[in-house]
Design a protein. Structure first.
Lengths: 359, 725
């Protein structure tokens, strides 16, 4: 499968929209998925990410715009004729066929001879670690095994693009971690172009080459996992990526590629952000970007410790300040600051981002 | 000590000591003006065997008053003892005296027997039953829940009395000695009679046995209704057919149509004087014959009547196939036809088998259509009828035929039960957008349209004819407009005494409405309580209990009719000729549908809801009333509508149970049809259809809707339709 000479194609959306009556599910979005990479569509439910995925598969037709796969315009091509396969959220394993028949189904309807398709299906099953399960029915498998069958079934057709629709949402937390690593490993080993839909930011960070964050039918931000986490461009993205401290700030000076931001009683001197022209900003601070200090300084915020939780590997604090509540993850778990005591919150500069106020 | 213990003790004593013991008021001969004697008075007079009941009534009293630890045991012994004693004395002493000669030898002859049990006996028996169940609850059964034990006890006892006991009398009747022939031989002779099993029509010399007629008819009916039902279901669920509402209406119409009405319309079209027949005779010189009477006619009418049932079964099946299955097939490069053949069709197969069996059972149990359309083609249900009411009047033969029909229906029901229980594919539940169903292959879509649309048009035509036929003088011969039939049936007159209901149909119409209006809420209540027990309570024998309640659905109406007249025309439970027997018959025949409706919607309610109510201090009855019932409104509507409508339209069991005093609309209409008075029959049927339509609207309005969903701008279903469009 890996040695096949087949060209691995990318996916491109050019101002694609999808409307249901008055409701717009996807509004004028454009993006590119480079060949061989895994791109995640991330967003809250109802943001349009699943509709986008289904349009790549051909299960949903765009109301306007152009979709290209491997450089070819496939906008009007039905699912059957696209070289795209999909792992469904519910797995959609055919309950009346055994595992082998399920995996071989795509080859069978493509007219591959029996012996060959069974050999290929066995190979696919071996790849997901399910050799020996050929004759089971889907109902006789655990959730994780069903999910592997669904992956194998999508893989054996050697598609140009492989789609995942929240593939891990029906698994328990532990299994989810393992499956996520397995999927990523398989994808990079085979060099498959993949599009992955999820609403779990941690999952998205773990599996993706690039992440497209969607909100209300449009793309909120696109970038590498670390881009999104370190440099969110809006309050929504910062919040959705798990940057939980969002304080109001005012830009008081800009000079030499740096800005001075007033946030409560502290004045921060930061590298100039890309997106903020306005002076009213939201200061987004990662929980790991705050340290507690005993001495005052101009760039530190006076706080009161409301709660301290010891979690073995780290400490978690909830702090009260004039600027608002702060949540802190402190990896040095030796010396806890007791609740009720006052302290100074110091900010690591790479843990702080400025985004426009509002939204 | 609980209040309910005291309450039922008092009720028990009242039932025995004060309320007239024998007979129901309606069957009572005009007496001297005195109340008929209570159990106590009769016991002191001619019926000393009623006195020991006082012992059983008295036994729990001291325990309850003293709040003894042994109250439970005392209640169990008192209740069980009382019930057993009532059963013994009831069956040992008939209206003629001792039931068995040996008892007369033992106790001496009785001057006279005893009549059937009445209100007093009924109340006392109920009290004994609840002593027993309260005793069990006090001993810790069902976590001490008196309501649950009581409900189970009541349901089991009433199903035993009104389903199993009558059916068992059918068996004993079939074993009645015939002249010199012993019971076993008579049973064997009756069950193996040539006119039941003969295969003469294949060898060519004689007719085939009635079983084969029924089986051939049932099989054909099952296959055709399944095919048509599937076509309709595919049109409704998988195409963008613009007249979906008309299709839905089509599926409701036959439910509110008395079973033989369609037969009437078919006769008006294809009978010897039918419109089509006359047209063909005049224009093409085809001889007008009676070809429609017999297998073709029955099959046609049954197909018209039962296709909607197949549709309702199959629409669930088609809609139940997760669209993601078909989407998965498409992304795996299967075309429309491959998707249908390899995925959609196999997933529908168990549902198709189910629809076939339903059609088969309905056809076997159907009585109205074979009666009207049968001609010389005899089927089991009509043969049973003629064995009872015809010149033959041979209950033994009717009973034997009943056993054969029962065996066929219950057999098919068991097969179906297995199939649905194990073979159906439940889709693995996933969250999120369910996807859109695949489109049908083009030629299949054409075939489906080509089948469903003409059939729908034909059905609507027939209904048009029914309405029209009530307004013409004499269909086929004299097509002038008249209101004569309506006046004959529903005429009103004024004279000096006031309003006169001169129409001939008023009597049966009022009885029908009264009986249906009494039966419907009872059926719904019993059915929903049963559903509650099945879904929410775990008890030993639950599966058997469920099976028992569903089994009564598989018993054909004619068999129930015969069974009821055999079982309830003599003491201890004498009900024939009363309205009560009609009510009881409807309640127990239609209960399974209420149970299904209740089970289906109750399974969707989170068990935590009622557990929460229980932990907040509500008891089972309060939980049902305050939490479950409000959430079950749709099921309640379904149960009420169904039981009301079925009580009005059913004819098979009813025809055995009506009396001059309590005639029902359907049996009256059948009588009109039999003497060829089609105009009146059709006028009356049209009125029934309209009345039932109004009743359905009224019930929906009265029960109201369940409001839990927040209003959404656009429902997913509407979205899916748009996507398809």
């Amino acid at each position: 499968m890996t040695e096949s000479a087949k060209k691995i194609g990318g996916v491109e959306f050019r101002s694609v929209s999808r409307r249901y009556g008055k409701v717009t599910a996807v509004d004028q979005i454009s993006f590119k998925v480079e060949p061989g990479t895994l791109v995640t569509l991330l967003g809250p439910s109802g943001c349009g990410k699943t509709t986008t995925l289904r349009m790549i598969a051909g299960l949903e037709a765009p109301s306007e715009g152009t979709i290209l796969i491997g450089g070819r315009d496939v906008t009007l091509l039905p699912a059957t004729d696209r070289d795209v396969t999909m792992v469904f959220q519910s797995y959609a394993l055919f309950p009346h066929m055994n595992v082998l028949d399920n995996v071989a189904f795509g080859l069978e309807v493509s007219g591959v001879p029996k012996a060959q398709r069974e050999a290929q299906a066995m190979q696919g099953l071996a790849m997901v670690g399910l050799a020996g399960f050929e004759n089971r029915l889907p109902s006789e498998l655990s959730g994780g095994q069903q999910q592997r069958v669904a992956v194998a079934r999508a893989l054996v057709l050697e598609p140009e693009v492989l789609l995942f629709d929240e593939p891990l949402s029906n698994l328990d937390a532990k299994l989810r971690r393992k499956m996520r690593d397995d999927i990523r490993e398989l994808q990079s080993k085979l060099g498959l172009t993949s599009v992955y839909v999820t609403h779990d930011q941690e999952e998205a960070l773990a599996v993706s080459d690039r992440i497209i964050v969607m909100n209300r039918a449009v793309i909120a931000q696109e970038g590498s996992p670390s881009d999104l986490y370190r440099r969110p461009v809006s309050r929504f993205v910062a919040d959705f990526m798990g940057i939980s401290n969002l304080l109001d700030g005012i830009v008081i000076a800009r000079a030499d590629g740096r800005v001075k931001v007033r946030c409560g009683e502290a004045t921060l001197d930061l590298p100039a952000p890309t997106a903020t022209a306005a002076d009213d900003v939201t200061v987004a601070i990662r929980p790991q970007g705050i340290r507690l200090e005993a001495e005052a300084a101009p760039d530190r915020l006076p706080v009161t410790v409301r709660k301290a939780t010891y979690l073995g590997s780290h400490l978690e604090y909830v702090l009260d300040s004039d600027a608002g509540e702060l949540f802190v993850v402190d990896p040095t778990s030796e010396r806890a600051v007791p609740p009720g005591s006052g302290a100074w919150a110091a900010f690591r500069h790479d843990g702080v981002a400025l985004v426009p106020r509002g939204e | 000590m609980f209040r309910s213990h005291i309450l039922w003790l008092i009720i028990g004593w009242i039932g025995w000591a004060i309320v007239p013991w024998y007979g129901f008021a309606s069957t009572r001969r005009p007496a001297t003006g005195d109340w008929p004697p209570s159990g106590l008075l009769a016991g002191l007079g001619d019926a000393p065997w009623l006195l020991p009941l006082a012992l059983f009534l008295a036994l729990p009293v001291p325990f309850v008053l003293a709040r003894s630890r042994h109250t439970g045991l005392a209640l169990i012994v008192g209740g069980l003892g009382g019930l057993v004693w009532m059963m013994l004395e009831g069956s040992a002493i008939t209206h003629k005296g001792w039931a068995w000669a040996s008892l007369a030898g033992l106790f001496g002859r009785l001057p006279e027997g005893q009549p059937g049990m009445g209100f007093g006996a009924m109340i006392t028996a109920l009290a004994f039953l609840f002593f027993f169940t309260m005793g069990l609850a006090a001993r810790g059964a069902m976590k001490g829940d008196r309501f649950t034990t009581g409900a189970i006890g009541f349901l089991v006892a009433s199903i035993a009395l009104f389903v199993f006991w009558p059916v068992s009398t059918v068996f004993s009747q079939a074993m009645l000695p015939d002249g010199d022939i012993s019971g076993a031989t008579a049973l064997y002779n009756r069950l193996t009679a040539r006119d039941i099993w003969s295969l003469g029509c294949i060898t060519g010399d004689t007719r085939c046995g009635v079983v084969w007629n029924s089986v051939v008819l049932g099989t054909l009916c099952g296959v055709i209704t399944t095919v048509l039902g599937l076509a309709f279901a595919l049109v409704a669920a998988r195409t963008d057919f613009p007249y979906q509402r008309a299709l839905r209406l089509l599926s409701v119409l036959p439910i509110i149509t008395p079973p033989f009405v369609i037969g009437l319309a078919v006769i008006l079209l294809f009978g010897r004087n039918g419109t089509v027949t006359l047209f063909l005779a005049e224009n093409f010189g085809l001889t007008a014959t009676r070809w429609i009477y017999g297998l073709p006619g029955i099959l046609l009418t049954q197909t018209l009547a039962f296709t909607p049932i197949a549709f309702l079964v199959l629409i669930g099946v088609v809609q139940g196939i997760a669209p993601s299955m078909e989407e998965a097939a498409q992304t795996l490069r299967a075309g429309r036809w491959q998707t249908f053949r390899r995925v959609t069709w196999p997933l529908m197969r168990p549902g198709l088998a189910n629809a076939f069996l339903v059609g088969f059972i309905e056809s076997l149990a159907d009585f109205g259509n074979p009666l009207v359309m049968g001609g010389g083609y005899e089927v089991l249900s009509t043969k049973i009828f003629y064995a009872v009411v015809g010149a033959q009047n041979d209950p033994g033969r009717a009973a034997a035929l009943g056993i054969v029909l029962l065996a066929l229906c219950v057999g098919a029901f068991l097969v179906q039960h297995r199939w649905v229980g194990s073979g159906s594919y439940t889709t693995v539940g996933g969250k999120g957008f369910a996807g859109t169903p695949a489109e049908l292959p083009v030629w299949l879509k054409r075939a489906v349209y080509g089948t469903a649309i003409p059939w729908a048009a034909f059905t609507f035509l027939l209904y048009g004819l029914i309405l029209y036929g009530g307004f013409v003088e004499n269909w086929g011969r004299n097509n002038t407009f008249t209101l004569r039939h309506y006046v004959t049936a529903f005429g009103l007159d004024w004279n000096q005494y006031g309003l006169l209901w001169t129409g001939r149909a008023w009597n049966s119409l009022f009885t029908t409405l009264e009986v249906s209006a009494i039966a419907a809420p009872l059926t719904a209540a019993l059915g929903l309580i049963t559903a509650y027990l099945l879904v929410r309570q775990r008890f030993a024998g639950r599966a058997t209990f469920e099976f028992m309640t569903m089994l009564s659905f598989a018993i054909p109406g004619t068999v129930i009719g015969v069974a009821y007249i055999l079982a309830f025309n003599q003491p201890p439970v004498e009900l024939t000729g009363t309205a009560a027997i009609l009510v009881v018959c409807f309640v127990f025949r239609n209960m399974p549908v209420s149970i299904r409706a209740g089970v289906a919607s109750m399974s969707q309610l989170d068990k935590n809801l009622d557990e929460c109510a229980l932990t907040l201090g509500a008891n089972s009855a309060q939980t049902i009333r305050r939490v479950i019932v409000p959430l079950l409104r749709p099921a309640i509507v379904a149960a009420l509508v169904y039981s009301f409508v079925r009580a009005i339209t059913s004819v098979s069991a009813v025809i055995f149970l009506v009396s001059a005093r309590h005639d029902m609309a359907t049996s009256y209409i059948v009588g009109r049809v039999e003497i060829g008075d089609f105009g009146l029959a059709i006028a009356y049927s049209s009125v029934l259809v309209v009345l039932m339509g109004l009743a359905i609207i009224f019930i929906q309005w009265a029960v109201g809707e369940r409001r839990i969903a927040r209003p959404t701008p656009q429902a997913p279903a509407a979205r899916a339709q748009e996507v398809a469009a």
